[in-house]
Design a protein around this ligand. Structure first.
Ligand code: T46
Length: 132
């Protein structure tokens, strides 16, 4: 499975907490793009796609949600529910995002600029790609 959960170092003191993410230093790629997902609701799932080449790091800055991760052979579920837990997802991994808490905020760091052509949005096509 081309994903891993990374425990980020917390720099905390009596003023609060701070986490730093540095491309290629504490995550495995250079960061070209940042986006965030917010105003989520539990009834609406997202994702349902894979990426041919993109690598991403996802952090639930606030709230929680479940990721379903699938490499075409195995399907695993991972909860993101803490700002110091970062989910790295490499290429060729099908992902579904479910059970968002109200107002969950996800921050996503990506290794490439946005390119819709690089998405695989059909599960059948994904299975063909990974079993080729
Ligand atoms: C992923 C999960 C975790 C852009 O115009 N630029 C962007 O950088 C992105 C990410 C999206 N968009 C547009 C494309 C769609 O019209 O925003 C709209 C919503 O995107 P999408 O339906 O792909 O959103 P999610 O939440 O299903 O998936 C997103 C990322 O697209 C995806 O790469 O891994 O978050």
């Amino acid at each position: 499975m081309n994903y891993k959960l990374i425990d980020m170092d917390i720099h905390g003191d009596n003023r609060g907490k701070l986490i730093a993410i540095e491309g290629t230093k504490n995550i495995p790629f250079d960061i070209k793009r940042v986006y965030y997902i917010y105003d989520t609701i539990p009834e609406e799932s997202r994702g349902f796609h894979a990426h041919k080449t993109l690598e991403q790091l996802i952090v639930a800055i606030d709230g929680a949600c479940q990721f379903v991760l699938d490499d075409g052979k195995t399907r695993e579920k991972v909860w993101l529910n803490s700002p110091n837990k970062a989910l790295y997802i490499g290429k060729n991994m099908w992902r579904e995002m479910k059970h968002f808490s109200y107002g969950c905020k996800l921050m996503v760091l990506a290794s490439e600029y946005y390119d819709e052509k690089e998405y695989i949005r059909s599960y059948d096509e994904f299975l063909k790609e990974v079993n080729a």
